[in-house]
Design a protein around this ligand. Structure first.
Ligand SMILES: NC(=O)C1=CN([C@@H]2O[C@H](COP(=O)(O)OP(=O)(O)OC[C@H]3O[C@@H](n4cnc5c(N)ncnc54)[C@H](OP(=O)(O)O)[C@@H]3O)[C@@H](O)[C@H]2O)C=CC1
Ligand SMILES: CC(=O)N[C@@H](CCC(=O)OP(=O)(O)O)C(=O)O
Length: 345
């Protein structure tokens, strides 16, 4: 049994961590923090957790956090980078759900996140926590940077093509759509039901902070710089991301081998499901589940391969992947706490 702390417990990823950890056989949640709700029982804010936790939110207290084996940061960008060094010095392991330790280039991070990094030495040490790419490094890591939601769906969809050098790395397109929980629980007028219901829009088309993260991961997979056009969209649903990915095959006849390639690349991955070619994965097929489902398409004899990749942004795109990383770090069964199938309908 390990003792776990959660910093930032009132947000959507914080409550999702609790929902998953509630049924994890090897975890006891030691503390869950919120500055605005300190003292409030967790189950009063989140009645779905009634009967599972006897905990109340508390102010983040370094002494309490240092008594944990692992701390999850489910906080806005810029919080973990200030608190992590003290926890690292105390030997605590950390999975950070924010973007503080995801980008290796500090200037790029500062440009996209609008602040200078305050613990650059830990950026270097952090392991980017995409288990399908970095399982062995995650096992030994003290600090794991949990990937962003869009970057998870996009990277998993493109990886086999780039690793095998089958496509032109200079012309990748990721057309992605997300439900509103991706924006967090902080009140924003633009996220009200009356603002997003019955509507659909692109945003960040001239640049989104997930672009450098996607580029970093795909460049590593390709072994050479990639050029990717990434456009996110906001869909009037609560959970889910669908990413439609486009890449041009160097040899169009290679399409016939792609299904077998994807199946073999992900055969041993417990949380990636390659569906039969021509399928259309739906976000509702991953709702509440720690899984990325994907399928391949091609239009007639076009050289363009199309990959449709879906995840639940709060699970494989955040809290589920964070628990998967914790399981790897502590040598638990990788699927512990993550076995529930998606909620459908
Ligand atoms: N929503 C999603 O789909 C995904 C989110 N993420 C990332 O995960 C992180 C959390 O996201 P989400 O749950 O949506 O965020 P929310 O905005 O919903 O919640 C943020 C939480 O952090 C706490 N918090 C805010 N500022 C501080 C601070 N200075 N010190 C300590 N605690 C603080 C808040 O509580 P209080 O202010 O009361 O302390 C709250 O509990 C973000 O970095 C987000 O980008 C990653 C992937 C997907
Ligand atoms: C729908 C929506 O607004 N989604 C969020 C991204 C999700 C996320 O939380 O990603 P990070 O962990 O990198 O912040 C956005 O586009 O800002």
């Amino acid at each position: 049994m390990i003792k776990v702390g959660i910093v930032g417990g009132t947000g959507y990823t914080g409550v999702e961590l609790l929902r998953i950890l509630a049924v994890h056989p090897q975890v006891s949640v030691h503390c869950i923090t919120s500055r605005s709700e300190a003292g409030l029982p967790v189950a009063e804010l989140y009645p779905n957790l009634r009967g599972y936790f006897d905990l109340s939110f508390s102010e983040p207290d370094p002494k309490v956090l240092k008594a944990c084996d692992l701390v999850f940061f489910a906080t806005p960008h810029g919080v973990a980078m200030r608190r992590v060094p003290e926890l690292m010095a105390a030997g605590v392991r950390v999975v950070d759900l924010s973007a503080d330790f995801r980008l290796k280039d500090l200037d790029t991070w500062a440009r996209w996140y609008g602040m200078a990094h305050e613990s650059p030495e830990w950026v270097e040490q952090a392991v980017y926590g995409l288990p399908e790419v970095a399982r062995e490094s995650i096992r030994k890591a003290q600090l794991v940077a949990n990937p962003g939601c869009y970057p998870t769906a996009v990277q998993l969809g493109f990886l086999p093509l780039l690793e095998q050098g089958l496509v032109d790395p200079g012309h990748l397109i990721a057309d992605a759509k997300s439900g509103a929980s991706g924006a967090g629980r902080q009140g924003k007028v633009g996220m009200l039901h009356g603002e997003i219901g019955e509507s659909f829009k692109a945003y960040g088309a001239s640049g989104h902070r997930h672009l450098p993260e996607i580029r970093q991961g795909l460049t590593a997979a390709a072994g050479q710089p990639v050029r990717v056009t990434f456009v996110p969209h906001l869909v009037p649903m609560i959970r889910g991301i669908e990413a439609t990915l486009y890449a041009e095959l160097n040899d169009p006849s290679a399409f016939d081998r792609l299904q077998a390639l994807y199946e073999s690349r992900y055969r041993d991955e417990p949380f990636v499901d390659v569906m039969p070619a021509g399928s259309h994965p739906e976000t509702r097929s991953v709702r509440g589940a720690n899984v990325c489902r994907m399928a391949l398409h091609r239009q007639e004899d076009s050289p363009v391969v199309i990959v449709s990749s879906v995840i639940d942004n709060l699970v494989k795109g955040a809290a589920g992947q964070a628990v998967q990383n914790m399981n790897i770090m502590f040598g638990f069964d990788e699927a512990a706490g993550l076995g529930a199938p998606a909620l459908l309908p």
